[in-house]
Design a protein around this ligand. Structure first.
Ligand SMILES: [Zn+2]
Length: 403
């Protein structure tokens, strides 16, 4: 765009979870058929115990002509469970330590041998690969898992060529608190931000005068933030810079122009949105008093002088000004305590890859990386309003800054 830039809201879609290992078969142990799983990201793994777990992801399926296609699958019932050890079987020091071994203690149970006998499925359930397509993959997979997937997808077990599967809590999201002021749900970090970004863009595009907007309004959702963002689908990939280049060139009669690209980058901005840590009433000492965001009390700007977050005085002020112009509650500020490590986000990664200015912000929440997290209902409304206002007022506020 000649006089415009890119107004970008970026976030991550992934969250810590148990993923099925490449060789899913863990065999029968103590009468239980178990599944081999791998920890993805920094989960609060003790929260995965005693939950009704389903499994979902993508499956590579062979078609009749020998080709491969992808199918999404979601087994939305409690086919898996990681049981706690009874307190009576723990020593006093084990109880106190509350510690688990991630390899030994997180293997979920898929079925019991006893039930297999009761249902008459006593024959060898090992699945056979089609001889012509044998590559040794199937023999390492748990047959019961393949059967469940095949029946869900309405395909034959031997047509499953590979998969990428995640475990999840089948309990649905719920409102909580006396005033229904909380949302309890899995993956609020960071699907709450992604939901608000999508809704914000759609509402801005349908309600506002897009035809007079010289800027590009864009949202970008990345995978692999929980493990550092270095992947083809992560924020560390070249896709953000490539997209800005390609879209600018397309709007400039198909020609790329380094001067135009540089000017576009300078006029662009990334709102890096990720959930923030609200102060916890039982652990209030974990926050620094002056920077302790509260649930349902406004959006949170995150800052870190060591550049774990991308916010600086200009980008922070800009967003505060947009919030003020839109009549939103005052923005809250978060800085981690000096004696505590700091998380990071995609903000500094995109900013350092592309040179685009950025801010890190998000809605406050509790229990980050638990299997079931908590945030405030009002913060969802505040987030949506702010994201829409960002698309609406960014250029005006940015230009007022330059004068
Ligand atoms: Zn996050």
């Amino acid at each position: 765009p000649g006089n415009g830039g890119f107004k970008i809201i970026g976030g991550h879609t992934d969250s810590p979870n148990l993923k099925v290992k490449p060789r899913s078969k863990r065999g029968v142990n103590s009468g239980c058929t178990q599944l081999a799983v791998e920890c993805y990201g920094g989960g609060l793994w003790h929260t995965w115990f005693d939950r009704d777990l389903g499994v979902s992801g993508r499956v590579l399926v062979r078609n009749s002509s020998g080709g491969i296609y992808q199918k999404l699958v979601k087994i939305d019932r409690a086919v898996l469970r990681v049981p706690n050890l009874a307190i009576h079987l723990q020593t006093a020091s084990e109880r106190e330590a509350f510690k688990i071994n991630k390899e030994d203690h997180l293997s979920p149970i898929l079925a019991t041998e006893a039930a297999k006998v009761l249902t008459g499925e006593t024959e060898n359930t090992d699945t056979k690969e089609k001889k012509s397509e044998k590559d040794g993959w199937t023999e390492h997979q748990e047959p019961l898992l393949l059967q469940v997937i095949a029946s869900e997808l309405g395909i034959d077990v031997e047509d499953i060529a590979d998969f990428e599967l995640n475990l999840f809590d089948t309990q649905k999201a719920a409102l909580g608190g006396v005033y229904s002021e909380f949302v309890h749900s899995a993956r609020l970090d960071n699907l709450a931000s992604c939901f608000l970004a999508v809704k914000g863009l759609v509402e801005y595009a349908t309600e506002e005068g897009l035809s007079e907007d010289e800027d590009i309004s864009l949202i970008a959702m990345f995978d692999h933030e929980e493990v550092g963002s270095s992947s083809a689908t992560g924020a560390g990939s070249p896709i953000m810079g490539d997209a800005v280049k390609a879209i600018s060139a397309a709007l400039n009669s198909g020609e790329s122009n380094p001067d135009l690209y540089g000017a576009t980058i300078r006029r662009s901005f990334v709102l890096s949105v990720d959930q923030a840590h609200a102060i916890h009433p039982n652990y209030s000492g974990k926050h620094e008093k002056g920077h302790a965001p509260k649930i349902n009390d406004g959006m949170v700007i995150k800052r870190n002088q060591n550049q774990r977050y991308a916010t600086n005085a200009i980008t922070g002020f800009l967003v505060r000004e947009i919030a003020r112009k839109s009549g939103l509650p005052p923005i809250q500020e978060f800085v981690v305590r000096n004696d505590c490590g700091c998380g990071s986000t995609i903000g500094p990664i995109i900013s350092s890859n592309t040179g685009i200015r950025a801010i890190d912000m998000g809605c406050p929440q509790l229990s980050m990386h638990s299997i079931r997290e908590t945030m405030g209902v009002c913060d969802l409304g505040n987030g949506l309003a702010l994201f829409k206002s960002f698309f609406k007022y960014f250029r005006e506020v940015d230009e007022s800054l330059e004068q």
